[in-house]
Design a protein around this ligand. Structure first.
Ligand SMILES: Cc1cc2nc3c(=O)[nH]c(=O)nc-3n(C[C@H](O)[C@H](O)[C@H](O)COP(=O)(O)OP(=O)(O)OC[C@H]3O[C@@H](n4cnc5c(N)ncnc54)[C@H](O)[C@@H]3O)c2cc1C
Ligand code: FES
Length: 569
């Protein structure tokens, strides 16, 4: 066997397995195929990039998408087809959220006649553990950082993170991934470690052990300290002090604000009743699940709000009588257009969900038998809906009251940051995720916006941590990723780009909307500002790269049927 052609960084000594694959599928840079690992039941992803081959696990470490259906750039970045996570094919490192764990990689060697072999370390299991395509390699943080190396003296650097969601968890881990040795303290008002918040509305999943991003032991291993049930009341940026809980305080050298949003309430009669719910946290999910499963009987459930979370909940609760009240003419029409909204509405109607659109709630009526609960919802147009459970899904307001004395908040309650997520006008204060108005890739110069996406929270957490580590040399900013969003509406919607800041004036549809197999390109003039799709992977993942490289075709080209997936990345 000749010496290796392409290889990965990990120094594995183990058994070699030959790969069987279609050579024509990996004949140039930026191509990929699934390769069978001979003698086993497993496949790996084989990538051709930088004139070398790379082999990684075949499934995404987020929710397990087959990476062979995604996209690959000529320099070896693997883009997941489902939610846009990116991985470095040489190291397996995560380069874009929502994945948080690196992919396994396998050293490759070749023979002169073009046969390829991967090397798999045998840890007494015959190597089988390493060949399982699901799951992920140990995250790099636990490989790089050695427990106990944190500097504890009073003068040592100390990053405090306020909030315990996705932005917080990625920021903390990323610091350790780069071997940050200062203290890291996470102050969260919740009583659990960060969890997969998007899962709350998909299935009303509320068992923390099933949705935790990491175990508590994992954070302990990285010396990331959590202070639970620690509501932050005030931050004084002059003295670098955080006040939290009952008269407790903590000093920081840098602070990352990652406090997300608070579900909006409506100041209408009856909505203070005990059977009116919202859904932002695990605690909210637990209460709502109990209320809807209580008797095991079908209930009348009224969801106020026809956007993503309200509609996802309608699916989770489809065994009940669900009504949705919304102010727009079609669900999320402002973001994805009427045609998409109506297509999704039709799917929900097949489940028996009733829509009351171009409408709104006037009040909820207290029950005559029990004034602590409501039993009817009265709509603006006079219709009355029976209601045993009411859910308010009417958006969120950023949680930032604790810093409002020191910084001018935006009209919607968010805070302005620069491309490194530094809060403008305050020193050593960063803000990430749902609270931050940032200059994202794809927006015109000087335009900033606030984006409530799971991916964006993870990516901005990494941006802030990267700047804490590297200062002005930080290579990762809010301009280096494209905002990506997904929603489960009976069919999976993918979406990338941003039209909230600029709006769109036309939509080019490729594919068939009635068959739920299409991509929609939202355009302003000739420029594409965002893209959505159903059953058209990897169109949106591909577009997330095209936006970054400025290679997105024009509206006219798309109207002529140009296929974005034909563009080499
Ligand atoms: C039900 C649901 C479903 C969703 N589904 C999707 C989806 O499918 N796809 C998608 O892209 N996005 C989805 N999102 C949006 C996504 O979850 C958010 O964009 C993301 O969680 C934002 O992360 P974050 O870190 O900014 O804030 P959060 O995840 O909200 O975390 C904020 C944390 O800060 C804590 N906190 C707040 N104030 C204080 C304080 N004063 N002191 C201490 N702690 C505080 C909170 O308790 C919380 O732990 C969904 C959101 C919800 C609620
Ligand atoms: S499954 Fe890959 S990004 Fe979600």
């Amino acid at each position: 066997m000749s010496s290796s052609t392409g290889s990965q960084g990990n120094n594995v000594q183990g058994r070699k397995y030959e790969l069987e694959f279609d050579h024509t599928k990996v004949d140039r840079n930026g191509t990929k195929t699934e390769a069978k690992v001979l003698g086993t039941a497993f496949n790996v992803l084989l990538v051709r990039a930088k004139n070398q081959y790379f082999a990684t696990a075949g499934k995404c470490s987020h929710y397990g998408a087959p990476l062979v259906n995604g996209a690959v750039t000529s320099n070896g970045r693997i883009v997941c087809p489902w939610h846009g996570a990116c991985f470095n094919s040489a190291t397996g490192d995560v380069e874009d959220s929502p994945a948080i764990s690196a992919l396994r990689t396998f050293p490759i060697s070749s023979t002169e006649d073009g046969r390829l072999f991967i090397e798999v370390k045998d840890e007494g299991d015959g190597g089988s553990k390493f060949l399982q395509p699901e799951g992920c390699w140990r995250n790099k943080a636990t490989e790089v950082y050695e427990k106990g190396s944190v500097q504890n003296q009073a003068s040592a650097p100390h990053v405090c993170i306020v909030g315990g969601g996705k932005g917080a968890s990625v920021a903390a881990e990323y610091l350790r991934e780069r071997n940050y040795k200062g203290r890291i303290t996470v102050l969260t008002r919740e009583d659990v470690t960060p969890y997969d918040r998007p899962k709350l509305s998909k299935t009303l999943m509320h068992d923390h052990s099933k949705i935790a991003l990491r175990s508590k032991e994992y954070y302990d291993e990285l010396d990331i300290e959590f202070r639970f049930k620690s509501n932050v009341n005030k931050i004084d940026p002059k003295t670098k002090t955080i006040y939290y809980g009952d008269n407790e305080s903590l000093n920081y050298s840098k602070v990352i604000l990652a406090t997300g949003g608070e579900a909006n309430k409506l100041p209408l009669p009856g909505l203070d009743a005990s059977n009116v719910y919202c859904l932002r946290s695990l605690a909210d999910g637990t209460k709502l699940a109990a209320a809807t499963n209580e008797s095991g009987q079908k209930k009348n459930i009224v969801i106020i709000g026809s956007s993503f979370i309200g509609l996802e909940l309608a699916i989770a609760l489809k065994d009940h009588n669900v009504s949705i009240v919304g102010m727009d003419s079609a669900p999320f029409a402002k973001i994805m257009g009427e045609e998409m909204g109506n297509a999704i509405k039709a799917l929900h109607e097949q489940n028996g969900t009733h829509f009351y659109l171009n409408n709104s709630i006037k009040e909820a009526k207290k029950s005559l038998g029990d004034s602590s609960i409501v039993d009817k919802v009265v709509l603006k147009d006079g219709q009355i809906l029976p209601a045993e459970v009411v859910v308010l899904a009417v958006g969120v307001k950023p949680n930032l009251s604790y810093i409002a004395d020191h910084v001018q908040l935006e009209k919607d309650g968010g805070v302005k940051v620069d491309k490194n997520c530094r809060v403008q006008g305050l020193e050593d204060v960063y803000a990430v995720g749902d609270i931050a108005h940032a200059p994202y890739a794809g927006l015109p110069e000087n335009v900033i916006t606030r984006i409530e996406h799971w991916d964006v929270a993870g990516n901005t957490g990494r941006v802030a941590a990267n700047h804490i580590l590297l200062g002005e040399n930080a290579e990762y900013t809010t301009k280096t990723f494209t905002p990506f969003f997904w929603s489960a509406q009976g069919k999976q919607i993918r979406y990338c780009g941003n039209n909230a800041a600029e709006g769109f004036d036309d939509i080019v549809v490729q594919g068939s909307v009635p068959d739920y197999k299409f991509a929609m390109f939202y355009t302003k003039g000739e420029k594409v500002v965002s893209v959505s799709s159903i059953m058209k992977d990897p169109t949106v993942s591909q577009c997330s790269r095209l936006f970054l490289t400025g290679s997105m075709p024009t509206k006219s080209q798309l109207k002529e049927g140009f296929d974005v997936c034909s563009i080499d990345l």
